[in-house]
Design a protein around this ligand. Sequence first.
Ligand code: HEM
Length: 468
Amino acid sequence: MTHAPVAMAQSIPERRALPLIGHALDLPRGADGLVHLMKEAKELGPVFRLRLFGSEIVVVAGLDLVTELSDETRFRKSVNRDLVEVREIAGDGLFTAFNHEPNWRKAHDILMPAFSLGAMRDYHGTMLQVARSLIAKWDRAGADHPVDVPEDMTRLTFDTIGLCGFGFDFESFRRDDTHPFVDAMARALAFAQDKVESMPGSELFKRKQAERFHQDNMLMTDLVDEVIRQRRASGDTSTDDLLGRMLHTRDAATGEPLDDTNVRNQVITFLIAGHETTSGALSFALYYLTKHPEVLARAQAEVDALWGDEDAPDPGYGDIGKLTYIRQVLNESLRLWPTAPGFAVEPLEDTVIGGKYAVRKGEALTVLTPALHRDPAWGENVELFDPERFTQAQEEKRSVHLFKPFGNGERACIGRQFALHEATLLLGLLVHRYRLIDHTDYQLKIKQSLTIKPDGFTLRLARRAGGE
Ligand code: HEM
């Protein structure tokens, strides 16, 4: 392919910037920042530049450009400023590893088989067991006591990755508060995010938070070391789960296993990446099901056809692939609110994108997925929640680059099948069992850290069959 010579290139659109601070005053913090960027994409077009305290971010939101940026012969994952800060927590774990770090390839090759579609068969029973703990809690709450949806989804996804990945039971449904690891992780990620958004040097005035960050990191590290210690002490050398694979598999290319520090970084990575995003996706899906009774009715018809009016069905592994409408609901929720709302790539060489914008080798280009997922190529009413967009026929008609909730290429989400299996199973069980009562007439408010979720979303639940 030929690209326009750099000499003819135009500047990437941007608003007038103030000296030193750039656009920092225009950009609200947290979730409002995301909504602001989505608005900017509408007004400035599919690519624009932001300047924050001397650093620059190029935001990309349109189909044509994302299609171009998905070409792995020209672009690769950028471990951008946000991720560099997350490295303070997860080191060279898969998610935050630089492309050139040998541990990325090594861990990727060792762990890939544990995430194949077939591997989900091994996790299914444990996923079901955790789903049953959530249902027991929701049954106890009955119709009188509201449940906090994102909080309980977090309990579920955290216990699921703990048990499926590492054989470790965090027992989140046996405690009233959230697990200390979850709190420590949320604070640590918020601290890392704050650092990115703040004026350079301002961390000097945040000694207390920095000390807390250090303590939170220690708490996470200690817990993970305990998980690893228990496994080693058990004498179990099987490679049936992620931890077993990491401790006892040798990399085919180098003949070496992962070193201990890297195993720790991977466990922390999986505990973070394996639960926040999936719990947000489940929460958004439940929000949309609550607000769209006709969609809920179709989802219920799908599970009723499979499980009848059995009180507590025992879904088999094979049932999950049959819940195609529920999968459409999940996909449509991930379209409107992809819970990891962006990912960054960088050019392998100086190049021109969109036929006219020069970008430098190594410059971070951030794909803003919630904006891409509202590209006009989705049709007229892009804000409308409509699972029909994800029928097989519609998917076949559409460019694969229009839907990127799991990122792109080699560095795309390794846990995608895991998340989809877990979420489809749980949503199926929930819509089969409950009526979802929107007792506060909830208005969607997004909460953002590294990921996004509906803030303050509670539901009351009534049993569908003979429940009230
Ligand atoms: C990477 C989204 C669930 C583990 C990613 C990336 C995205 C993403 C967008 C690419 C990030 C980038 O390019 O910088 C999601 C969403 C999920 C989900 C939306 C749920 C709905 C999971 C689960 C796990 C997981 C359940 C583990 C069990 C990872 C890891 C990476 C990753 C380890 C880094 C892969 C690599 O670079 O080799 N995820 N994820 N994710 N995800 Fe997920």
